[in-house]
Design a protein. Structure first.
Length: 99
């Protein structure tokens, strides 16, 4: 199960993120999203756990916990559809030329 986590401290790296979540079970991968231009963390990441029961336990246990200044938002990651980009979920019937 893929997990999305937001509100991460900006100095947290992949290994630390994996260490936090492996307390709940096996972690296949843990990746902090990095800005391509600056090389700095975007404050969110993804964890892949093979056991959905352990993943759900991690979500319930970690959601709303503070690792830094703000509480974490932890939930099951939503699958991206082909060609979809973040922020591009506008209604197709909006006339973009009017604005």
């Amino acid at each position: 199960m893929k997990i999305f986590v937001a509100g991460l401290p900006y100095d947290l790296d992949d290994a630390e993120l994996e260490e936090i979540f492996e307390k709940f079970g096996k972690v296949n991968s843990a990746k902090v999203a990095m800005d391509k231009e600056t090389g700095k963390s975007k404050g969110f990441g993804f964890i892949d756990m093979p056991n959905s029961v352990e993943a759900k336990d991690a979500i319930e246990s970690m959601n709303d916990i503070s690792l830094g200044k703000k509480p974490l938002v932890v939930k099951e990651a939503e699958e991206r559809t082909a060609g979809a980009r973040p922020g591009m979920n506008r209604s197709p019937d909006i006339d973009r030329n009017r604005y």
